[in-house]
Design a protein around this ligand. Structure first.
Ligand code: SAM
Length: 296
């Protein structure tokens, strides 16, 4: 694999991805705003509030498709994989607080399980630590279980609404049939073997649970594809150099988007791993796609 000025064998993709995200962690949130002119916020808002509808979503088994009037499942569990600095989890938590009429930011009662929890899992502790500090600032430490709060034997927290976990999407540190929603946002293309991550998503979802993938994709319109190519190959690495002093990491990000599955290919992998009702929706002419599938 050619990566900026370096040539990297495929086997070290995991090391490379680790270096890239440790290197960008401190600037990650600012760079997202700069490179997408803030549009990533709209994509994430849409993903969580219109597609995921966490607090409203019921199980596939009890009602399909879920409607805004279907009752929330008690003890609803959302896992956000490759959750990085927390963008998806914060939106999810806010929508749960709203739809379950919980006053946001109030401390949970110790020993009483939260009706809904959001778990962030990422392979990179540097990204997670940025997420943890943002979370504590937003929700106070009463509501946030950090990586350092947990001893290795501890299972999934049930008394704090938001928790942070270090783990690999290809072999998640959670038991089978645990979560109602698995989301992965701009993360799957960074996983060494994305198929394995989809297989593990199937394992940890409850029957009736839903997999949602938001990822950069491939515009089908030639003119848009050409404009997008010009922007990503010329402008993004240059911005990475000038703003974050890190051309190589941003060159990697662009190349990883080009190599990732086409829309239909990802549908096929999801079906092959057992998901049903698999489909996708394109945003901004296919610059981004949201894939969805259910475990039954
Ligand atoms: N989801 C966040 C967002 O949308 O802002 C972060 C996306 S960031 C582009 C990609 C994330 O994927 C990084 O935080 C990286 O550490 C994580 N990642 C890469 N490989 C992973 C793996 N095998 N398992 C879990 N996370 C991984």
């Amino acid at each position: 694999t050619h990566f900026g000025s370096k040539t990297v064998p495929m086997s070290s993709k995991a090391d490379l991805v680790g270096e890239v995200f440790s290197s960008v962690a401190g600037n990650y949130d600012v760079m997202n705003d700069v490179m997408s002119a803030g549009v990533h916020r709209l994509w994430k808002d849409y993903f969580v509030s219109d597609v995921m509808r966490v607090g409203e979503t019921t199980s596939y088994l009890s009602q399909n498709p879920p409607t805004p009037t279907s009752p929330p499942i008690p003890y609803f569990r959302h896992l956000d994989v490759a959750g990085g600095t927390g963008d998806i989890s914060f939106r999810s938590l806010d929508s749960i607080n709203l739809s379950l009429s919980h006053p946001p930011h109030t401390p949970p009662t110790p020993g009483i399980p939260c009706p809904a929890t959001v778990t962030v899992c990422d392979i990179n502790p540097d990204m997670l630590r940025v997420g943890e500090s943002r979370a504590v600032e937003l929700y106070s430490s009463h509501n946030v279980e950090k990586m350092s709060d947990r001893t290795s034997e501890d299972g999934l927290s049930s008394s704090k609404p938001l928790s942070f976990w270090e783990g690999d999407a290809q072999s998640l540190p959670f038991e089978d049939d645990t979560f109602d929603i698995y989301s992965i946002c701009f993360g799957l293309r960074n996983v060494t073997e994305p198929d394995k991550a989809i297989e593990d998503a199937y394992r940890i979802l409850k029957p009736g649970g839903r997999l949602l993938i938001m990822e950069f994709s491939h515009p089908k319109n030639d003119a848009i594809a050409a404009a997008y190519d010009a922007y990503s190959f010329n402008v993004i690495p240059e911005m990475g150099e000038r703003i974050a002093g890190d051309r190589d990491s941003y060159q990697y990000l662009v190349e990883s988007i080009r190599k990732f599955y086409k829309q239909e290919e990802l549908v096929d992998v999801m079906k092959e791993k057992g998901f049903v009702e698999v489909g996708y929706e394109e945003l901004n002419f296919g610059v981004v796609a949201i894939h969805s599938g259910w475990k039954i």
